[in-house]
Ligand binder design. Structure first.
Ligand SMILES: Cc1cc2nc3c(=O)[nH]c(=O)nc-3n(C[C@H](O)[C@H](O)[C@H](O)COP(=O)(O)OP(=O)(O)OC[C@H]3O[C@@H](n4cnc5c(N)ncnc54)[C@H](O)[C@@H]3O)c2cc1C
Length: 288
């Protein structure tokens, strides 16, 4: 289906973009356009005015602070993340996962902000950002607010963004010494439709001191599995104990069923990917 005719504007600053978005009810930000143009083509949503934010310099920077935290502008593309020395230095897992998103064309245009603002449960980056304890920096005409990634994703194609707001950047804290991150997806084929995913971040100092385990494709948004985290906190980082903790993923998660797997199959696979993601995070921490 062809794209319906739609008005288009290219503001020169974030301030101008926010003014336009707040004064036009039918306006929507256009970032990489990889999802939005498809949505418009298929008439799933209608937009009166596309506000193209993709070239705004303010949204395209990657900054590593002195404490090792990373701030990635909302319109930085997957390819730029993959090739950024700053990302690779301290958050290699983000570079790696960005490099796994579909094909080079999508990676040249698709942005980290669009990936999150779409809140498509199949997208790669949301569970990783929740596991890494990222903060979403949001601007409106009236000012800036900060929302934990964990609270940003609200449902299928639904986020904490209010009308007129823009996600401007994402801040990711440093992965501490003795810490690591892991990300494991079970897909229909390599880098294709995902059945279930898990992302984890740990810090080990003799025992597991800190842990975040996030599951995706078992609910409409990425969810932390608090029971598994609780079972891991304070224990030795052994394969047996991680396996036992993963077994706690049970009827508390209710994955969807589709042509690629039943709900029960997804639940069983969630245990497998969660275990592997935590072990990968422990292994990465041990290498530092
Ligand atoms: C064939 C194909 C395969 C794909 N495969 C994958 C895959 O394997 N993994 C994966 O993760 N993704 C995949 N995607 C999705 C792709 O990553 C998109 O780039 C992503 O979903 C949206 O990013 P975008 O920059 O293109 O955003 P756009 O399409 O421009 O925007 C998406 C939505 O977010 C809003 N938005 C964008 N930026 C902001 C902002 N800064 N503030 C507020 N709202 C904003 C827009 O208004 C729109 O509603 C695929 C897409 C296609 C077409």
């Amino acid at each position: 289906m062809l794209l319906k005719s739609v008005n288009y504007v290219r503001p020169e600053s974030v301030t101008e973009a926010l003014d336009i978005l707040s004064s036009n009810e039918g306006a929507a930000p256009l970032a990489g356009g990889q999802s939005l143009t498809n949505v418009l083509k298929h008439r799933v949503a209608s937009v009166d005015l596309l506000v193209d934010i993709s070239a705004l310099g303010e949204l395209r920077t990657i900054t590593r602070a002195g404490d090792g935290s990373l701030e990635v502008g909302a319109c930085v593309t997957y390819d730029e993340i993959d090739h950024s020395p700053d990302v690779r230095a301290g958050h290699a897992i983000l570079a790696r996962e960005s490099s796994h998103i579909e094909d080079q064309q999508i990676r040249n245009r698709g942005t980290i902000g669009g990936n999150c603002c779409l809140s498509d449960p199949t997208n790669n980056l949301p569970p990783l950002l929740v596991a890494l304890d990222a903060t979403m920096n949001i601007r409106a005409v009236g000012g800036t607010r900060h929302v934990a990634a964990e609270d940003f994703f609200k449902g299928y194609f639904l986020t904490a963004l209010e009308p007129g707001e823009l996600l401007v950047s994402i801040t990711i804290p440093p992965i501490p010494v003795g810490g690591g991150a892991g990300y494991v997806s079970l897909s229909v084929a390599t880098d294709s439709k995902t059945i279930v995913r898990a992302a984890a971040r740990v810090r080990v100092d003799g025992v597991i001191e800190e842990v975040r385990v996030v599951l995706a494709r078992v609910a409409s948004v990425p969810i932390r599995h608090h029971a598994m985290e609780e079972a891991l906190r304070g224990v030795a980082p052994t394969a047996e104990l991680v396996r036992a903790a993963a077994e706690l993923i049970g009827s508390d998660v209710e994955p969807i069923a589709d042509g690629h797997g039943s709900s029960d199959y997804r639940r069983k696979m969630a245990r497998v990917v969660a275990r592997r993601a935590v072990l990968a995070a422990i292994e990465e921490g041990g290498r530092k």
